[in-house]
Design a protein around this ligand. Structure first.
Ligand SMILES: [Zn+2]
Length: 184
């Protein structure tokens, strides 16, 4: 294992979509540095603020836009299909989220789960939100709800040589599979 890159004590395997961490770490502050450097501008702006993005929705991995919320692929997924649903509004205050936004947020999560079920046939899902940095939010000032498809056994560390495990799939492939599911 000595030649394997590590992050916070966990090995990072060669492809972003083919590494995993133990399940108890799922909602911990796991790839904050990655996430914050992931999309859009590098000027310290919030990566979930569309106004800071360059490029189109596909380049930014935006799968679907509703009126008040949108769906974006996680650039560093736990599993293929790991996506996030977030309001356009830059707020970390769930308790004071406007009812219309809260409603559309959950309706869009339903849509996301349905899209993933149809396309990936996972065994299960994790759906959740980290509120505040201590709870593991990499971007505590902008609410985002994770939807992670799960398969039996996907919490195991994957052998470095076993690259066939856990749906090795590029983000572009994931995008191409899921985007039409949101249009139908
Ligand atoms: Zn924001």
């Amino acid at each position: 294992m000595s030649e394997v890159a590590m992050f916070e004590g966990y090995p990072i395997l060669p492809f972003a979509s083919t590494y995993t961490v133990p399940v108890e770490r799922l909602w911990t502050p796991w790839r904050r540095a990655f996430i914050e450097g992931a999309a859009g501008s590098s000027d310290g702006g919030c990566f979930l603020d569309a106004s800071t993005w360059s490029g189109d929705d596909r380049a930014n991995l935006v799968l679907f836009r509703a009126e008040l919320v949108f769906v974006i692929l996680n650039r560093y997924p736990y599993n293929s299909g790991h996506l996030m649903v977030a309001p356009y509004e830059h707020t970390g205050d769930l308790a004071r989220l406007a009812p219309d936004t809260a409603s559309e947020l959950m309706i869009t999560v339903q849509k996301a789960v349905a899209a993933l079920e149809a396309e990936y046939r996972p065994d299960a899902f994790n759906v959740g939100m980290n509120l505040g940095r201590s709870a593991g939010a990499g971007v505590p000032d902008h609410l985002h709800l994770h939807v992670v498809p799960r398969w039996s056994g996907d919490t195991n560390f994957m052998p470095v040589i076993g690259q066939s495990k856990v749906l090795p799939e590029t983000l572009d492939q994931t995008y191409d599979r899921l985007e039409p599911r949101f249009r139908s």
